[in-house]
Design a protein around this ligand. Structure first.
Ligand code: IMP
Length: 218
């Protein structure tokens, strides 16, 4: 029988990647499919904390909705990802999603695309004139499994890292977020240029999901 897990993210790009990467034995439900429409406040100061907050918020929602809870859901998992730039001491890290807002006078972007573009512009600006362009994407996934025999939910975390370097300008239109300026180690093209199938075998998210799959049945 297939394992059914809810992916605690409103990011359609992440959902598509996760569905493409997960093995056939795991069915991935979106938040929309379980009727969860809230925004989750990411108030943590580490990727581990934010990943846990997202997974717990959705697990609590499911547990509080008998109709959803009884519908054969085995658990919830959440991904929190940070871009960690060597020359900036690992910044923006947990602040990767809204980094551009740290600029004086910056106003909230109106769309995801505008948000992504402004973050990329900030990254290129911050690294202008820097020779050391080393960086990594790090993903922390939290899995909360529901126990069939009690209210106890077990939580575990896994990590995935892909090392790379920041390009000096944008290349390619694939992927999302910082993909057009991230060149993974061993390649000379950005994630924005490389095929999605390749990103989905070497990325931080793919590596974290591979770790998750190893322990999913524990
Ligand atoms: P969060 O994990 O939802 O907090 O995402 C953090 C931010 O990291 C996103 O808004 C994107 O800007 C960026 N990000 C996450 N995953 C990727 C990826 O696979 N490629 C490029 N950027 C990413």
């Amino acid at each position: 029988m297939k394992m059914v897990l809810v992916f605690a993210s409103n990011n359609a790009h992440k959902l598509a990647e996760v569905r493409a990467i997960m093995p056939a034995g795991v069915k991935v439900l979106s938040l929309h499919e379980i009727g969860f429409e809230q925004e989750i406040d990411e108030t943590g100061v580490t990727l581990e904390e934010n990943s846990m907050i997202k997974a717990r918020t959705v697990a609590d929602f499911i547990s509080s909705q008998p109709s959803v809870f009884s519908s054969q859901i085995d658990g919830v998992f959440a991904d929190d990802t940070g871009l960690e730039i060597d020359a900036l001491g690992g910044e923006p890290g947990v602040y990767t999603a809204r980094w551009y807002l740290q600029d004086p006078g910056a106003k909230e972007a109106k769309t995801d695309l505008e948000n992504f573009a402004r973050n990329r512009a900030k990254a290129l600006r911050e690294l202008k004139d820097k020779d050391n362009r080393g960086c990594q994407f790090r993903t922390v996934i939290t899995l909360i499994k529901f126990s069939a025999i009690s209210d106890q939910h077990s939580a575990l975390q896994v990590e995935g890292i892909v090392r790379g370097r920041m390009a000096t300008e944008e290349y390619g239109e694939g992927g999302f977020g910082y993909d057009p300026i991230f060149i993974p180690e061993g390649y000379d093209k950005t994630f924005g240029e490389l095929p999605a199938e390749l990103k989905n075998t070497i990325s931080h998210r793919a590596r974290a999901l591979a770790e998750l799959v190893k322990v999913i049945h524990d």
